[in-house]
Design a protein around this ligand. Structure first.
Ligand SMILES: NC(=O)c1ccc[n+]([C@@H]2O[C@H](COP(=O)([O-])OP(=O)(O)OC[C@H]3O[C@@H](n4cnc5c(N)ncnc54)[C@H](O)[C@@H]3O)[C@@H](O)[C@H]2O)c1
Ligand SMILES: O=P(O)(O)OC[C@H](O)CO
Length: 334
């Protein structure tokens, strides 16, 4: 198989390295300088230092034919940009006849009255004919690139796309499960990032293990409520892209979103926290949209609402905890 990976951040690079165990991979960087550095050093020193690119990975920057021309020369196209780059990528691939999958986890920042969109909603606007889906699940790039065992979920309404993703990435160190609930998989991947900021905050304030378990459990409930309201199946949230990715991101110190929460607990500003990462933390950009879409659907998401007020500077860390604990008693419903 010939696989094109569009985006040479940490995750695109890690998956390109692993896919090259079994396939030919082209890793595309939007910035010619980054592509040249990658090609010269055979290492992504900016986003995933310490892991050489194997011979099966070739590096490219945009050529005269652009991404559409490149896509036509490959069997599978992976969009590995953050959410902020997905709309432009899908628009550029609108006429592509190859299966396409995005890796980003989040809601796009609002571009019109409908508010911020998930990947499949952006696709419906700019590339409705594209055979496409998302590859998601609990997966830190640093562990995947080291060949540590990982399970992913290939989500699409199209069996062709699910099968292409399994063929591309299922191997000795990665298991890929197929799921046709693209909405559920996308909601899980987006909301877990917001909840990981909350859990980082909780741990940074040394609130204890009981508090962390409560946040994860009640966070899963609010993620499920939003997903079901958006048309997902509730059972998807008990799977890899729901519970699985929530547990990983909320508790694993490799998570950039969790690290934002840990830094906010030290009274660092959101800008300082984000700048210190050097990587994208999608939860920071998605939180307001998650809360806004929940509000429109009449879905109660108290943890997310609290995180938005914290990120907007309306609450200090201690006040956020007091607000969550001060709510009226309620039934333990989904
Ligand atoms: N790193 C992980 O472990 C991991 C795992 C699973 C999913 N993801 C998701 O994958 C996506 C990418 O994450 P990452 O870790 O590779 O990020 P990163 O911060 O390591 O790299 C981001 C890459 O995207 C490029 N980029 C930034 N803005 C862009 C834009 N507007 N258009 C095009 N390219 C742009 C940057 O140049 C860089 O190459 C995120 O949505 C993240 O949630 C990451
Ligand atoms: O580092 P984070 O918080 O962006 O999380 C990375 C992956 O999404 C974990 O599955």
């Amino acid at each position: 198989m010939n696989i094109l990976v569009l985006g040479a951040g940490a995750w695109g690079t890690a998956l390109a390295v692993r896919a090259a165990d079994q396939h030919q991979v082209t890793l595309w960087a939007r910035d010619a300088g980054q592509a040249n550095a990658l090609a010269a050093t055979r290492e992504n020193t900016r986003y995933l230092p310490g892991f050489p690119l194997p011979a099966g990975v070739s590096v490219l920057a945009s050529g005269p034919s652009g991404i559409a021309g490149l896509a036509a020369q490959h069997d599978l196209v992976i969009v590995a940009t953050p959410m902020a780059g997905l709309r432009a990528m899908l628009a550029g691939l609108a006429a592509c006849t190859r299966p396409v999958a995005w890796l980003c986890k989040g809601f796009e920042a609002p571009v019109h009255a409908a508010g911020g969109l998930l990947g499949h909603e952006i696709r419906a606007e700019v590339a409705p004919g594209l055979a496409s889906g998302a590859l998601s699940g609990p997966s830190f790039a640093q562990e995947v690139v080291q060949g540590r065992p990982t399970a992913l979920v290939a989500a699409s309404e199209s069996e062709l796309v699910r099968t292409a993703l399994v063929d591309a990435f299922h191997g000795p160190t990665i298991r890929v499960y197929a799921n046709d609930d693209l909405v559920g998989v996308e909601v899980g991947g987006a909301v877990k990032n917001v909840l990981a900021i909350a859990t980082g905050l909780c741990d940074g304030l040394s609130l204890g293990l009981n508090a962390r378990a409560a946040l994860i459990t009640r966070g899963l409930a609010e993620m499920t409520r939003l997903g079901v309201a958006l048309g997902a199946r509730a059972e998807t949230f008990m799977g890899l892209s729901g519970l699985g990715d929530l547990v990983l991101t909320a508790t694993g110190d490799l998570s950039r979103n969790r690290r934002v929460g840990l830094l906010l607990a030290q009274d660092r500003s959101v800008e300082e926290a984000v700048d210190s990462l050097g990587h994208v933390a999608e939860g920071v950009y998605s939180a307001r949209t998650v809360a806004a879409r929940a509000r429109r659907l009449n879905v109660d998401m108290p943890i997310t609402r609290c995180m938005v007020r914290l990120l907007d500077g309306e609450l200090r860390p201690g006040q956020a905890v007091a607000e969550l604990m001060g709510r009226d008693p309620g039934a333990e419903t989904r």
